[in-house]
Design a protein around this ligand. Structure first.
Ligand code: NDP
Ligand code: 2IT
Length: 448
């Protein structure tokens, strides 16, 4: 028999100071402990101790030379968390805040997210405390090469397949892939998120944002509702936010916010296609700051150092797409007062546990990241499948598969999370459905 408090105490004493990892474990174990205690097959299996311990972790030094000739040293990581369902799979994050706790939380979440996709994918995550902001293209390349000089020995198309995350997009994947190919003398599917002409999949760039909106569509459909005309708040303006916004505009939603780490923008009448194409240029070509949207367009205001979740405006749907713990209890209560009915996490763990409690108590439809943002890794899995067969599917084929996968994740959440009154508790559904698959595979494979 497990008790939540004593299990969580053991997690904090084994992993001191790892607050984000503790938070991610808490969210999963709150849901699975009652289930585990009822299931004879897990008796005496030590399954929770096993599943919360990474199979392997690497921490390494990364030396590189800046444009001014100075020598720079960063720390690199790869957490290979669980391979019960397939090779380790998960992104790389380059951000100054990166530490072991953050990568363990991300790797832990990834295990269950990947299980929900139904593809053969284990869970992992990696990255570095390298700060890409303000770096020249040549510096980014030298850093990526130095990072791969160590990482290459731990990864491979049948072992561990990294991809992008915060600070890592097609440009970085290109430099990482080029160096891997040079060292190993092999052109293979060791990384996903590659450019279309050199082994990438159609729609991988768009997949997380599009998948998020497909999932929201399913949530609304269950309530005989649709996206058209809804007031939607998005945070972030990176890969996930951009393609969520694009799909929302296609579906005639009224998109009222976006942000970056310097603050938020508020667009009371909703973002237009003209605003959106400027945002794409600004963020992807110029690598500029979000306040430039307000400088350019009169209908947009910039709120410096302010979270979008503090904006006072009517809001039906909130899609946090920036980073962990950006949406707290106070934000949750404000949003509910402003009419909020649905939250779906584009980012990983953007809502604090206290915010989630508020959403669930108030019966807001709340989809955690491991369900709602699984579209990215799902299309990464499809990229791996195409690479193995040395073929490429069309955009329509990939889109169709992505929709099927997001719908199937919704069905799993419904199966395991629907209460007697019909309300779907997506936190319960996603965590139970993902956990059961991984735990059963671990039991079947014995003590390894
Ligand atoms: P990007 O680097 O493309 O964009 C990140 C965005 O979030 C930027 O607008 C950035 O602002 C903002 N941001 C990042 N860190 C902070 C911070 N500490 N405080 C405030 N704002 C911040 O990353 P992605 O869009 O790829 O990732 C966003 C989220 O989605 C992350 O949680 C990631 O783990 C998750 N995710 C990503 C997937 C993918 O396929 N890329 C798949 C599934 C989940 P600024 O530019 O100023 O730093
Ligand atoms: O958090 C995530 O799911 C990702 N960053 C994508 C991982 C992947 O392997 O595509």
């Amino acid at each position: 028999m497990y008790t939540l408090d004593s299990f969580l105490d053991s997690i904090s004493s084994k992993n001191p100071g790892e607050d984000e990892f503790y938070q991610a474990v808490k969210e999963v174990t709150e849901v699975v402990i009652p289930f585990l205690n009822e299931q004879g097959r897990f008796k005496d299996s030590n399954i929770l101790e096993r599943i919360t311990e990474p199979e392997r972790m690497f921490i390494f030094r990364v030396n590189w030379v800046a444009d001014d000739g100075s020598i720079q040293t960063n720390r690199g990581y790869r957490v290979q968390f669980n391979s019960a369902l397939g090779p380790y799979k998960g992104g790389l994050r380059f951000h100054p805040s990166v530490n072991l706790s953050i990568l363990k939380f991300l790797g832990f979440e990834q295990i269950f997210k990947n299980a929900l996709t139904g593809l053969s994918l284990g869970g992992g995550k990696g990255g570095s405390n390298f700060n890409p902001k303000g770096k020249s293209d040549a510096e980014i390349m030298r850093f990526c090469q130095a990072f791969m000089d160590e990482l290459y020995r731990h990864i491979g198309p049948e072992t561990d397949i990294p991809a992008g995350d915060i600070g890592v997009g097609t440009r970085e994947i290109g430099y990482l892939f080029g160096r891997y190919k040079k060292i190993q003398n092999q052109f293979n599917g060791v990384l996903t998120g590659k450019g279309i002409i050199w082994g990438g999949s159609q729609l991988r760039t768009e997949a997380t944002g599009y998948g998020l909106v497909y999932f929201v569509n399913e949530m609304l459909k269950k309530n005989n509702d649709k996206i058209k005309g809804k007031r939607v708040m998005v945070s972030g303006s990176g890969n996930v936010a951009q393609y969520a916004i694009e799909k929302l505009l296609d579906l005639d939603a009224i998109l009222v916010s976006a942000s970056d780490s310097s603050g938020g923008i508020y667009i009371p009448d909703g973002m237009t296609k003209e605003h959106f194409s400027y945002l794409m240029q600004l963020k992807n070509k110029k690598r500029g700051r979000i306040h430039e949207m307000a400088d350019k367009f009169s209908g947009i205001s910039f709120l410096e150092n302010t979270s979008v979740w503090e904006i006072e405006t009517d809001c039906d749907i909130a899609l946090p797409c920036a980073t962990q713990n950006e949406l707290n209890e106070k934000h949750a209560k404000n949003l509910i007062n402003q009419g909020l009915k649905l939250v779906a996490e584009g980012a990983n763990m953007p809502s604090t546990n206290e915010a989630i409690d508020v959403f669930l108590e108030e019966k807001v439809l709340f989809a955690p990241g491991k369900a709602a943002n699984a579209g990215g890794v799902a299309v990464s899995g499809l990229e791996m499948a195409q690479n193995s067969q040395r073929i490429s599917w069309t955009r329509d084929e990939v889109d169709e598969r992505l929709i099927t996968i997001m719908n199937s994740i919704h069905q799993q959440c419904e199966k395991y999370g629907q209460d007697s009154d019909g309300y779907i508790n997506y936190v319960k559904g996603a965590n139970l459905a993902g956990f059961i698959k991984v735990a059963d595979a671990m039991l079947a494979q014995g003590l390894v």
